[in-house]
Design a binder for this molecule. Structure first.
Ligand code: FAD
Length: 393
C-alpha cells in the first residue's frame, strides 16, 4: 500500500494549485456575483495541458494518470467549484468516453481539440421528465438514409451555452423502453439551440443550460459505441465522473477548512483566541478528519480506475461521503466565523452554496446508496463487502 504521490503527480498538483491561486481564486467572488463564465481560464488551462490531463499524448493530452486529473479537479474546485465542474464534465463525461468508446476516426476528429481546450464538451443525458431514471429518456433518433435525425430537449446541461461538442443520448426508432433502447451520438454546437440558462443556488461561474435539438442529422460516424449501447457509455462516464465530483467536494471542503482554521487562530473573544475554545477545536478536528477520509476514498477510487479495476462501488462511496462532508463542513466553517461567515466578506457562504450540488448531480446521494447497496448485497464473500481492499477483478 503506497500513500504518497509520485513526483509527476505532485508536479501536476502544484501546477494546478499555483494556477488556481493566481488566476482563479482572486476572481471567484466576482464571477459568482456576476454569474460570469470565465472562458479565458479554460484557454489558459488548455495551454497548461490541464483540459486533457489524463488524455493520451498521441491524442493531444498530457498523458498523465487518472489520479493526476483528480488532483487537478480538487485544486481547481478549491479556488472555484464552478471552474471545477466545467473541467470535470468536459473531461470525465465527454473527452474520456470518446477516448474509451470512440472509433480511431472519432478519437482523431474530436479528442485533440477537446484536450487542448479549444472546444468545450457537454454531456446531454437529463430531460425534464427523466433525471435519476435516465433510462426513461424520450429524445429520439429517427432513421434517415445513412444516418439519424436527433430530436429532443435536454435539461441542466453543464457547459451547454459554451460547448462545441455534445455527447447526446437518444432513443432509436422503435426501440424498447428503458436503458436498452438508448444510443449515444456526438453532435456539434451548431446542431444545438440553447433555450434557457438556468439560475442556480451556486456554481454561478459555470453554465447550466436547457437545450433543444430539432432534427439535426448525424451520420453513422457520429454514433459513439454501438446502437442501443448508449446507456453503457453513460454509465461508464458517470462511474469515472463521480470520482471527479468527489474530488470537487473535497476541494470545496478543504477551502472552507482553510478559512475557518486561519480565522480561529486570529479571532479573539473573552480574552482568548477562539481556537482555544474546545468547541471550536472539535469542529476543526472533525473537519480535518472528515476531509482526509473523503480524500482517501476519492484517491482509492481513482487508483482503482487507473489500474483498470472495477470502481463503481468505490466511486459511489467516495462521492456519497465526500459530498456529505462538503455540505456539512462548509456549514460548520460558517459557524466558526459566526456572523462574518454569513457575509460576503468571506468566501464561506459561496462554498456552502456550491457544496450542495455535489449531493445531487452525477447521481444523487440516494442513487449512490442504491449503487452501493446493490454491490455489497451482490457479493458472495462477506469479507470483500467491507471494501477495505481493492477488488481482485
Ligand atoms: C447544476 C447542475 C448541473 C447538471 N449538469 C448536468 C449535465 O451536464 N448533464 C446532464 O445530463 N445532467 C446534468 N444535471 C442533472 C442531474 O444529473 C440531475 O439533476 C440528477 O441526476 C437528479 O435528477 P433530478 O434532478 O431529475 O431528480 P429526480 O430523479 O427527480 O429525484 C428527485 C428526488 O428523488 C430521489 N429519487 C429518485 N429516484 C429514487 C429512487 N429510485 N430511490 C430513492 N430516491 C430516489 C432523488 O435522490 C431526489 O432526492 C445537472 C444538474 C444540476 C443541478
Amino acid at each position: 500500500m503506497e500513500f504518497s504521490l509520485t513526483t509527476e503527480q505532485r508536479e501536476i498538483q502544484m501546477l494546478a494549485r499555483d494556477f488556481a491561486e493566481r488566476e482563479i481564486a482572486p476572481h471567484a467572488a466576482a464571477w459568482d456575483r456576476d454569474h460570469a463564465f470565465p472562458q479565458a481560464v479554460f484557454s489558459k488551462l488548455g495551454e497548461l495541458g490541464l483540459m486533457g490531463v489524463c488524455v493520451p499524448e498521441e491524442l493531444g493530452g498530457a498523458g498523465a494518470d487518472f489520479l493526476s486529473y483528480i488532483l487537478v479537479l480538487e485544486e481547481l474546485s478549491r479556488a472555484d467549484a464552478g471552474v471545477g465542474v466545467t473541467v470535470a464534465v468536459h473531461t470525465s463525461a465527454v473527452t474520456l468516453p470518446i477516448v474509451g468508446f470512440g472509433t480511431p476516426a472519432q478519437r482523431e476528429r474530436f479528442v485533440p481539440e477537446l484536450a487542448a481546450g479549444d472546444t468545450l464538451g457537454a454531456f446531454a443525458l437529463t430531460e425534464s421528465e427523466s433525471g435519476s431514471d435516465a433510462g426513461s429518456l424520450r429524445s429520439s433518433a429517427t432513421r434517415d438514409g445513412d444516418g439519424w435525425r436527433i430530436t429532443g430537449s435536454k435539461q441542466w446541461i453543464t457547459n451547454g451555452s459554451h460547448a462545441g461538442t455534445f455527447l447526446v443520448f437518444a432513443r432509436m426508432d422503435g426501440a424498447v423502453d428503458g436503458p436498452h433502447g438508448v444510443s449515444a451520438f456526438l453532435l456539434d454546437g451548431s446542431d444545438v439551440e440553447v433555450t434557457r440558462e438556468e439560475e442556480k443556488l451556486g456554481l454561478n461561474s459555470s453554465s447550466t443550460a436547457d437545450i433543444r435539438i430539432s432534427g439535426a442529422f448525424v451520420g453513422r460516424d457520429r454514433m459513439l459505441h454501438e446502437a442501443h449501447r448508449g446507456f453503457a457509455v453513460a454509465m461508464a462516464a458517470l462511474d469515472g465522473g463521480r470520482i471527479g465530483i468527489a474530488a470537487q467536494a473535497v476541494g470545496i471542503a478543504q477551502a472552507a477548512y482553510d478559512v475557518a482554521r486561519r480565522y480561529a487562530v486570529e479571532r479573539h473573544q473573552f480574552g482568548s483566541r477562539i481556537a482555544d475554545f474546545q468547541a471550536i477545536q472539535f469542529k476543526l478536528a472533525d473537519m480535518a478528519t472528515e476531509i482526509d477520509a473523503a480524500r482517501l476514498l476519492t484517491h482509492r477510487a481513482a487508483w482503482l480506475k487507473q489500474q483498470g479495476h472495477p470502481h463503481t462501488l468505490e466511486g459511489a462511496q467516495a462521492k456519497l461521503f465526500a459530498s456529505a462532508v462538503a455540505r456539512r463542513q462548509t456549514g460548520e466553517a460558517i459557524q466558526v466565523l459566526g456572523g462574518y461567515g454569513y457575509t460576503k466578506e468571506f468566501p464561506l457562504e459561496r462554498y456552502y452554496r456550491d457544496a450542495k450540488v455535489t449531493e445531487i448531480y452525477e447521481g444523487t446521494s440516494e442513487i449512490q446508496r442504491i449503487v452501493i447497496a446493490r454491490h455489497i448485497l451482490a457479493r458472495q464473500d462477506d469479507r470483500a463487502a467491507t471494501a477495505t481492499a481493492p477488488p481482485s477483478g
